[in-house]
Design a protein around this ligand. Structure first.
Ligand code: URA
Length: 426
């Protein structure tokens, strides 16, 4: 492979130029092998944040990241394979309900998930609240669970897009996450490497989303859909509301309990609206004629959930650990809850111990927040709106500070929030 001087690449991007295919391939390879210094890679990433990428640069960058590792082979799976990926939200437990639902409809969902960082939760952290649940499966184990059950939710092994693992860790500490080409290439390199036939993207819009603005979320969705299609993955995206926390809980074990209740038919309207819309979109992409909502009514999705948890070493009947310390956050006035800011709730849950500040930090399985009231609910002055759960009472002060101004109460009952904002795809 040709060798380049990374300073030339940084200068080119800084000044608004275009990188060549060879320069991009060399950089991704060199950074993965750690022969480019972190400060130089950081400078290049920041130049990309400011200058963006041309479509050809983005395509080459994504393929280089994908080619830094292995591509999974799902050809042994008989059912059509389809996955969902969310750009990250607060209370976003959709994967736990949706993977069993689509499996119950006859699809196979090979869901490789991540951990939470900052105010957004991670699916693996939630599942690890279940005693015994193993997220670290080998490739063979993953295929076995997928073939037997129809869904598997586990971590991506070290050989799947290792360039992204390194670059994402660097972006996280250098303020270079918020870039459409960098987010799109990061997500799509992993999802294309996963080997799924079809993919539905849940692109969050609102206060707790990476890109809060709808026009940027739309551009991100369009960029990812094009990348998927260019690599023969049938891809579509839904833009969904992330101004309010999804469902009634944010926190690992709390979200598992809410997911199981949702699989039992007791899910809150906003969470079920997003989950069913995404599940329907997945089934449509692979041409399966089925009604995902019926899998809740007839108990088949719950059966798939129990089978998946058991196959991954977990106890589906185990009660989630409960936090010993509780505190309420009360309504400032009487009236109707008009707003509940998802970002503030996410930061508060994180400060309570549900999330991590650094990748290597542990998370609490029991800390988090229960939303006793959501927008549209009536409250009296002083009535609890949120219930904060923590292992250590010292955590409350900082968490409550994050909630300053997060709740609005007004005299009028607001309309229920629109959850599905747009669809992007073929
Ligand atoms: N999720 C990812 O996997 N990558 C990003 O860059 C942002 C969110």
């Amino acid at each position: 492979m040709a060798r380049f001087d990374v300073v030339d690449l940084i200068r080119t991007k800084r000044d608004g130029g275009t990188l060549t295919d060879d320069q991009i391939r060399w950089f991704i390879d060199a950074y993965t092998k750690e022969t480019v210094a972190h400060e130089q890679a950081s400078a290049l990433l920041m130049a990309i944040v400011w200058r963006g990428m041309e479509p050809n640069e983005l395509s080459t960058w994504t393929v280089a990241m994908l080619s830094s590792g292995e591509r999974m082979d799902l050809s042994s799976i008989k059912a059509p394979t389809v996955d969902k990926h969310s750009t990250g939200g607060v209370g976003d437990k959709v994967s736990l309900i949706l993977a069993p639902m689509v499996a119950a409809c006859g699809a196979a969902d090979p869901m490789l998930s991540g951990r939470g960082l900052g105010h957004t939760g991670g699916t693996l952290d939630k599942l690890e609240a279940i005693p015994g649940y193993d997220v670290d499966l080998s490739g063979d184990e993953m295929l076995r669970v997928l073939a037997d059950v129809g869904c598997v939710i586990c971590s991506a092994g070290p050989d799947l897009a290792p360039a992204d693992r390194k670059l994402y860790a660097l972006r996280d500490v250098t303020g270079t996450v918020e870039s459409i080409p960098l987010i799109a290439s990061s997500i799509m390199s992993k999802k294309i490497a996963e080997g799924t036939e079809a993919l539905v993207l849940d692109v969050k819009v609102g206060s707790a989303a990476f890109l809060p603005d709808i026009s940027m979320a739309r551009e991100l969705a369009e960029t990812m859909v094009k990348l998927g299609e260019a690599h023969d993955v049938k891809t579509s995206a839904l833009l969904t509301n992330m101004d309010i926390p999804l469902g009634r809980t944010a926190g690992n074990g709390l979200e598992v309990t809410e997911s199981v209740e949702s699989l039992q038919g007791k899910g809150p309207d906003d969470l079920m609206a997003v989950t069913i819309a995404l599940a329907q979109e997945m089934l449509d992409l692979v041409g399966l004629k089925a009604d995902p909502a019926s899998t809740i009514e007839d108990g088949s999705a719950l059966e798939k959930w129990r089978a998946m948890v058991t196959a991954q070493g977990g106890d589906p009947d185990a009660k989630m650990p409960e936090a010993p310390e509780r505190r309420t956050f009360d309504a400032p006035d009487g009236g109707f809850v008009a707003g509940l800011d998802a970002r503030a709730v996410g930061i508060a849950a994180w400060r309570l111990g549900a999330g991590r500040a650094r990748k290597e930090d542990p998370v609490s399985p029991s800390a988090g927040i229960v939303c006793l009231k959501k927008p549209g609910d009536e409250v009296e002055a002083g009535e609890p709106i949120l219930e904060l759960h923590a292992d250590d009472p010292d955590r409350f002060e900082n968490a409550v500070a994050a909630l300053d101004g997060a709740v609005q109460v007004g005299p009028e009952q607001p309309e229920p929030p629109k959850m599905i904002l747009e669809r992007i795809g073929p």
